[in-house]
Design a protein. Structure first.
Length: 333
């Protein structure tokens, strides 16, 4: 056991992936024994199509949590970006709108998402208000604005060329999944290979010490929330193409699940630690768990309850591992 602990302490990648990896194996074994239908192409195809929208929103939540903050406005930012695309398409021919108009709408929508994140980052950085309160205020504002502009309804009727973005495949891989994989790779490189990623971890560990070390913490916080808003916009565009409609309340339940996925993927609740790849595996765990329960005929609400139970189990497991490491370190002195 002591040799195993030493090995895990000396192998950061293995240590980071251990929790989500074990959870993946547990889900795979339990549901494959419970139902022979679980290990099928249909199951993995379903996971691949359903995962991206939640995954993109989780990436949007990841960087703010690493800084010790939160972005509770992820779903409403995504839907406002989706509505922006829908309105531009509607104003330029609706179902007859051209791909060029759509490309312009995507750029504007990402700008809208980035603007929402920028405002949150600006308020958090300069007023030092708690990120939960700031993002909650932005969530309420976006929800109210969206409900006012749409009168509580949805916008639908999009060009045919949007269908492959939400439901098409390339080499057997769903297009939304390809978009998500590219974003995971981008976030991984950003966090592990860039100065912004290093500064993000520094701020999450100790923002005052980071400020005294000469890093412009305000600029970093603003940039983190701006990028979070831009990622929300990408999620909103994928959701719009998937559902073939958009309204301000789409995916409202995703907020807490994104937090769950981050914590299950090893992100520290107080900030300063967390990586994109373990969170990616944690998302697969959650989606496979949901698909397995669905195959067994369980109600979707039961899946939500099991997700919560899984998070509690993970927190207890981490506490036990930390105690084990502490006891091992004490015995070595």
């Amino acid at each position: 056991m002591s040799a195993l602990i030493q090995r895990l302490n000396g192998a950061p990648f293995v240590r980071d992936m251990a929790g989500p990896g074990f959870a993946f194996l547990a889900v795979l074994i339990v549901f494959s024994l419970a139902s022979p239908q679980f290990l099928s192409g249909a199951t993995f195809g379903s996971v691949a199509f359903q995962l991206p929208e939640l995954g993109l929103l989780t990436l949007a939540m990841l960087m703010p949590i690493i800084t010790g903050g939160f972005n509770l406005a992820v779903t409403f930012t995504a839907n406002m970006a989706g509505l922006t695309v829908a309105w531009i398409l509607e104003a330029n021919g609706g179902v007859d709108a051209s791909p060029e108009v759509f490309a312009f709408a995507v750029v504007v929508a990402i700008g809208v998402g980035a603007l929402a994140g920028f405002v949150m980052g600006l308020v958090i950085a300069f007023t030092r208000a708690h990120p939960i309160l700031v993002s909650l205020s932005m969530m309420i504002f976006l929800r109210g604005l969206g409900e006012f502009l749409t009168r509580g309804g949805d916008v639908s009727g999009f060009p045919e060329f949007l269908h492959p973005i939400g439901h098409g495949s390339i080499l057997g891989i769903p297009v939304p999944m390809l978009v998500f994989l590219v974003c995971v790779a981008l976030w991984h490189l950003l966090l592990s290979r860039s100065r912004l990623g290093f500064n993000t971890y520094m701020i999450g560990s100790n923002i005052e010490a980071t400020r005294y070390s000469g890093i412009n913490t305000r600029r970093v916080v603003i940039l983190v929330y701006t990028l979070s808003g831009a990622m929300c916009a990408i999620a909103g565009i994928i959701m719009m193409a998937r559902f073939n409609s958009v309204r301000v309340g789409h995916g409202e339940s995703y907020v807490l699940i994104t937090v769950l996925a981050c914590f299950l993927g090893g992100v520290h609740p107080d900030g300063g630690f967390g990586k994109a790849l373990p969170v990616f595996v944690a998302l697969i765990d959650l989606q496979m768990l949901s698909s397995g329960l669905n195959i067994l005929g369980a109600n979707q609400h039961l899946a939500t309850a099991v997700w919560g139970l899984l998070l509690i189990t993970v927190m207890i497991s981490r506490w036990l591992v930390l105690r084990l490491r502490s006891n091992f370190a004490s015995s070595r002195r």
